[in-house]
Structures are given as C-alpha cells and as structure tokens.
Write a protein that binds this ligand. Structure first.
Ligand SMILES: [Zn+2]
Length: 404
C-alpha cells in the first residue's frame, strides 16, 4: 500500500482568478441545488407510491392490467413505479440540460438530449425489471437455498454488469474508436508499459456529440477492461487526432495533459479499483437482498407497504424505496472510499509523470471546462463527492513538487 499524503485544500484564489471562480461557482451552485431537489423529489415519489393509499392504488391498478398472471403483475408494478419516477424526474433533467446549453457545455439539441435520456431510462428499466422480477418471483416460489440463492444471483448480476457494461451498454450512448496512430498513441502505450499495466488500446469516446466537458475513465473487467478518453480531452493534444465538433483548437502542452490524465486512469487499473469497486457493489447487493428478505417478513413492514410479503406482485414500490434509502445510507461510505482511491491515482500519476505543473494545468482545465464547484459545501462533499475537490487535488500536486 502506498502512502498518499493529503494536504489541506488551498484557497481557489491561489490557482484561479476571481472571475474564473465566480464563473464556476455561478454554474455549479444552482445545478447542485436542483440536483438535490431532484434527488429528494425522487425519494418522496417512492415514499408516496410505497406508503400511501393513492400511491399503492396507482401501482395496483397498473399491475391489475396483467390480470391474475403473477409475472405480468410484477413487471407492470415495477414499470409503473419507474414510469412515475421518470415523469417526475424529467423536468429536472431538462432544466439541467438547459443550464448546460446556456453555459455552452451542451453540443446537442433538446431532441438529442431527450433521446439519450430515454435510452438511459430504458436501460435502467430493463435492469430493474429483471432484478426485481427475479427477486419477487423467487420469493413466491421459494427455490431450495432461498434467500442465499437470491443473494448469489445479485452478486452474479453485478459482476455481469461490470463485465458486459462496456460492450453492451456504453455503446448505446457513445461510439468508441481506438486512438489513431501517431506520437500520442505511442506515448500512451509506453506509459502503460512503464506502469506495468497491460493495455492493448486506448479508446476514444465521441463525447463531443453531447458535451464540451472533458473526462476519461476506466471500466470493464478481464477482457472488457478498457481505458477511455473523451475526444474533447484530445482536442488540445495535437493534430494526430481529429477534432470533435465545437472543441477548441490544439494548444501546446495538450499531449502532456492527456498523458497525465491517462496515467491517472492507468493507476486505477494498476490498483484494480474497478475490480474492488465491483466487489464492493456485489457485496452490497447481496447484503441488500438478505436485508430486504428479512424486512419483508416483518408484519410492520408488510402493513406499511400494504403487501403480504416479498412475493406480493406489488412489492416493487416498497423494494425500490428500501433500495433508495439503502443507497443513500451507503453513499457516504462509498464516496469516501472513492475519494481515497482517486487521491491515490492522482499521486501515482504524479510519481509516474513527475510533472506537477501539468497536473495543476489539468486540474485547472477540468475545473474550468466542466464548471466544477470551486467552493464546495463541506457536508455535501463528505456525503456525495466521489473525487477530492479541485483545490485538494491541486494542493496535492503542489505538495509533490515541494517534496521533489
Ligand atoms: Zn479517477
């Protein structure tokens, strides 16, 4: 285990001008408030559907369209809950899109945005219907070994998603192509070799069709493992890669920035962060299933949700409410672990590239182009932030420079 020093975050005015800080904060704060409002509204909708008479009547009415056929009732109850959530959530999503358009971050029109939104909802619908139907129908039929079988199935589902997501789900939203031949590709593959991370390719996602935001990520397990960079990030890396529409022209130092970002992603690969994250999610899924089975056996819970047990075809709203509350409870822990892994990946990328000046430049660029919240609320940070703040990351790069 490597020791990752965590300097206290510096003041944003040490790395940004007052105008830059204001531009970021003026964008980020309202977006955050509306994001929280959307989240709270979603929980409220679930509570109404699961706990109130009219909410339950609506779900029962939808389920009743399948007559007495239990699998159909389970599916329709789940679809009803997700449809209401989607309908209530859509205005919030459109508001966020309009804010992105005003800020110049969106590169597609409302039609394209709605298509992406619908695709995202459809993927969520399929996955939720499969998982919930299996759980509820399993509870009805009680196969031998239940509920451990259900917990095991949840683990398998999470693993399958982590492995298949990059090849089945991500291509629904973006096209991926291998980074074209040229000095940048050679440099990145050399970087991977130096870091002893076996990587055969760096993939480029056509993020510029949707956004001007810059990003990179790793996903997949085993054969589906990949390092992906947004084409928006490459726009400044030189002429060996084509520019996306609406992306800025090449600037000197762009290749160094891409190398630094990729070094950060390769650090995730080297430390198996995707595998550990997936393992954590799988364990959480297994525990959640066992807890749900136990809770739905309790008379009080059955009365609160107005169901006869987990095998009740209209158990969906109660299950989804429990899942949402469980997710809310798990988020601070998951976020803290994620922040720690991100700080480690930052530190490793500094050790490998030995280039703190570019590290600071990258953080500045990420913050300015993505309109990061440069004056984050400490409580929200503690609860939800998956990455250290911009200023914490910059302070870490400064600390590295000081020590070397
Ligand atoms: Zn990262």
């Amino acid at each position: 285990m490597i020791a990752v020093p965590r300097p206290p975050a510096a003041d944003p005015l040490e790395a940004f001008t007052e105008d830059e800080v204001r531009a970021c904060v003026d964008y980020a704060k309202p977006r955050q408030r509306w994001g929280l409002a959307a989240y709270a509204t979603d929980l409220l909708v679930l509570a109404i559907l699961a706990l109130t008479g009219p909410g339950r009547a609506l779900v029962r009415g939808a389920a009743g369209l399948a007559g007495g056929w239990a699998p159909g009732r389970v599916v329709l109850a789940t679809v009803a809950v997700l449809a209401v959530r989607a309908a209530v959530g859509l205005p919030f999503s459109i508001r966020a899109f309009r804010q992105d358009t005003r800020a110049g971050l969106a590169t597609q029109g409302l039609g394209g945005f709605l298509r992406d939104w619908a695709k995202g909802r459809a993927v969520g619908l399929v996955l939720t219907v499969v998982a919930l139907s299996a759980l509820v129908l399993g509870a009805r039929w009680q196969p031998p070994g239940w509920p451990l079988v259900a917990a095991f199935a949840a683990v398998l589902l999470v693993l399958a998603l982590a492995m298949a997501g990059p090849v089945l789900i991500e291509p629904l939203f973006n096209r991926f192509r291998p980074l074209g031949p040229g000095p940048l590709r050679i440099r990145l593959l050399e970087l991977a070799a130096t870091m002893r991370v076996p990587v055969s390719d760096v993939l480029v996602a056509d993020a510029s069709r949707r956004t001007t935001r810059v990003n990179a990520y790793v996903s997949g397990l085993g054969r589906t493992r990949r390092v992906v960079v947004y084409d928006t990030l490459l726009a400044a890396a030189g002429p060996e890669v084509p520019h996306g529409p609406g992306t800025p022209a090449a600037t000197p130092g762009g290749a160094d920035e891409v190398a630094l970002v990729v070094a950060h992603e390769l650090a995730h690969v080297r430390h198996r962060d995707v595998l550990w994250g997936t393992t954590g999610a799988a364990a959480l899924a297994a525990v959640s299933v066992l807890v749900a089975v136990a809770l739905f056996d309790l008379g009080q819970v059955q009365r609160a949700f107005g169901v006869t047990g987990l095998g009740d075809p209209v158990a969906a709203p109660g299950l989804l409410l429990l899942a949402a509350l469980g997710g809310l409870a798990a988020t601070p822990v998951a976020s803290a672990i994620s922040r720690w892994a991100e700080a480690r990946a930052d530190w490793v990328s500094l050790e490998v590239t030995r280039d703190p000046v570019t590290a600071v430049a990258v953080e500045r660029r990420l913050a300015l182009e993505n309109r990061a919240d440069l004056r984050p609320n400490r409580l929200l940070l503690l609860l939800f932030a998956t990455h250290p703040t911009t200023m914490a990351r910059i302070a870490q790069a400064w600390l590295w420079a000081e020590r070397h």
